[in-house]
Write a protein that binds this ligand. Sequence first.
Ligand SMILES: CCCCCCCC(=O)SCCNC(=O)CCNC(=O)[C@H](O)C(C)(C)COP(=O)(O)OP(=O)(O)OC[C@H]1O[C@@H](n2cnc3c(N)ncnc32)[C@H](O)[C@@H]1OP(=O)(O)O
Length: 189
Amino acid sequence: MTTPSVQRSGPASSRTTAPAGAAVPAPSGPDPRLTSAVMADYRGCFGCGEEAAGGLRLRRTGVDDGAVTAEFDVRAELQGAPGLAHGGVLATAMDEVLGTAAWLLGKRYVTGRLETDYLAPVPVGSTVHLRAWCTGVDGRKAYLEGEGRVGGPDGPVAVRAAALFVEVPEEHFTRERVKHGHSTKERAN
Ligand SMILES: CCCCCCCC(=O)SCCNC(=O)CCNC(=O)[C@H](O)C(C)(C)COP(=O)(O)OP(=O)(O)OC[C@H]1O[C@@H](n2cnc3c(N)ncnc32)[C@H](O)[C@@H]1OP(=O)(O)O
């Protein structure tokens, strides 16, 4: 295990701050999505799916200095206030890149809590450069922080986030479908 050197201060509250002494694994574990039949229809993900009409189409670009990197383009349909990216879109992008960083720890996680700070407006037409890193794992709980920059990977920080992700078994993604009568087949029609 290595400690990512990227440790910038974020909006973390006590609920998204790892307890002292928590292990800080690097994002190098196997990607469980690649081995899971349940994830076969993941292309429909609103955050990163190629098949999600109107989605963010976030592109994962790698791992750099302990942080997962990604980017997405603020297309016109992602506008909120006139000329600017919708705040919910930016929160979604942070959720996606933080979630990716969590999953690359080698386990399946869902977002339990997401906190976001908006520091600068993000114009429609810009590309948002995202980074996310783990600040600690405590049992089933993984703590993540991240940021989104505009004007290039080293541009000003426009959005910051901190989150708590909770590890879940694979059944987490099937039992809710069963409970609510939802199936992949129905969704395809
Ligand atoms: C590559 C993939 C990228 C994916 C990116 C996108 C990620 C997502 O958007 S996931 C979808 C959104 N999230 C969800 O749908 C999750 C819905 N919530 C749930 O399913 C459940 O509430 C769940 C799994 C988070 C926790 O439930 P459960 O498994 O019963 O665990 P539970 O015992 O309540 O909590 C576990 C621990 O987490 C803590 N915890 C859970 N939620 C929170 C919260 N909101 N705030 C603080 N702590 C929390 C609990 O206090 C507990 O701590 P401790 O072990 O110290 O007592």
